[in-house]
Design a protein around this ligand. Sequence first.
Ligand code: WTA
Length: 652
Amino acid sequence: MSKEENISVLLDEKRVFKPREEFVVQTNVKQWMDKHGIKNADELYEKADNWEWFWEEISKELVEWYEPYSKVVEWNPPYVKWFIGAKYNIVHDALDRHAHSWRKNKVAYIFEGEPGDVKKLTYYDLYIEVNKLANSLKKLGVKKGDRVAIYMPMIPELPIAMLACAKIGAIHSVVFSGFSALAFRDRVNDCEAKVVITCDGFWRRGRKVYLKEQTDVALEDAPSVEHVIVCKRTGDGVPWTPGRDVWWHDLVFDASKECETERLDANDPLFFLYTSGTTGKPKGIIHAHGGYAVGTAYTLKWVFDMKDTDVWWCAADIGWITGHSYIVYAPLILGATSVIYEGAPNYPEPDRWWQIIEKYNVTLLYTSPTSIRLFMKYGEEWVKKHDLSSLRLLGSVGEPINPEAWIWYYKHIGNERCQIMDTWWQTETGHFIISPLPITPLKPGSATKPLPGLAADVYNEQGEPVQNAGGNLVLTHPWPGMLRGIYKNPERYEKTYWSKFKNVYLAGDVARKDEDGYFWVQGRADDVLNVSGHRIGNSEVESALVSHPLVAEAAVIGKPHSLKGEAITAYVVLKKDAAPSEELRKELREHVGNEMGKIARPDEIWFVNDLPKTRSGKIMRRVIRSKALGQDVGDISTLANPEAVKEIARAK
Ligand code: WTA
């Protein structure tokens, strides 16, 4: 069979992968069903449709309130509150109670740096480090409700910093360390951070990234920032602003090891996390303590069947929601042991990950389709060099997983033994929404169904549920980890998620529901790109391009890419006095890198004289994309400049 035939067969993959019975009987979900006298999966989903009852039951097993709630949920569309009246702090569950239980000396994090250095932190170690930093933050004047911006790589001090903020009721806003200085600046200013926590630098693909220097550039124009806490990672000298900057190790040196956890309202904000939307400005998604704790812990416990004997590796970056929820909060609440790896997956060789799994006996692996495709490219020879028999379950997130990658993952990583949990969710949802349980028969490429207690559907443009047809993915009732809004922008919150259909959350994805009720998520419906599982707004890249002095206009589209899912393709109109050249192309690419971060640099930049627009001047990305991909562009007679469509084909 040729490669093409092979792929088309796989796209028609109709096999259903049933979980092994001996695995099913030992799962957390099966045990919960037995305890509640529930005989089968259908009955479980049905029972959980009574979602207020369900979340009450689930929360009892996962979290400890300081003071009980009076009501499970209050839904005043489009705003929700969970566990009304409860006094709570997520750090109590994530840390305090473990530090005073048998888990005290259990390893919470196994950290491996890219150069190979290893550090293990027990729950008690983590507790002490968090307390010391929390006390130090207080000393710097940080109070409940203040924002702390965190710009750090994948080192254990990152979760420590997040937990220290949460402990005293401050709100953390973590910015992915791969974002540029300017992108960091925008986010610091939007949330008006009082303190920034960063580090000298970190390792990436054998080279050092100088993060403190980037931080300094960001803070040239960030008036709210009073102090910068700098953690030592590489040990290199760093630029220093006396009075503002302080070394983490100096700051915590004589800080007390005990720090009382602030008793908050369960609905107080825990963090902001910026994500891309359809405008040039990222939105600060707000998450709150109580509901988020219940939702994240529940999903990890049930979907990945997390047990005390597991070694969990969520190979995402903590700078994204996946890392917030499934490297920091959920695994800590469940008292798990997690792996944190600092560096690149293929450094120094393409088997670094398999080495890590073998070395630490990782039992649960959670990653993205992009990474799987990268490893596929290197070939299974690299995998075969290692014993991966410790693995029990595998997971995928961030983008639709193509059946070919699914099968490869299943066969070569899971040895046809481990089920694959394809989890659909978003920054806004806080935790998995559509996902199999380890008892669910799987269809490669489908994230299966909304988990018990959660609800999704596919609506046509009229807001009617549709089956076996593409439509808008919606969530039809609130969920515990639901976002609480967009920071300082309630209008955008209402417009983005709640204006298309009344009281129903619009996810922004296109999906299809099949005859068995399985969901097939096809990609974004709005103008958001998904590059290697990272969300990047088309208009953010366009704004970055037009901020270059020689660019007049820009349109950015995504082209299908075999590795990254989508590749960023830009069409650029230059100002009159500028001429296209190879150098300028390179310069524009770097310019976007500086404005946003390397991940947003376009793969292709094309120069054109004009861009197709509507009469009101809106650039028609849809038309550009169709033309660029050689598809039918549809009716373009209503455009202000239909001849510009030809420009796309002629682009150089
Ligand atoms: C996409 C990442 C298909 C989707 C957790 C969503 C997926 C966006 C899947 C959110 C999946 C995430 N199958 N598509 N299993 N998981 N997506 O906010 O388009 O970075 O809307 O959260 O990723 O990206 P975000």
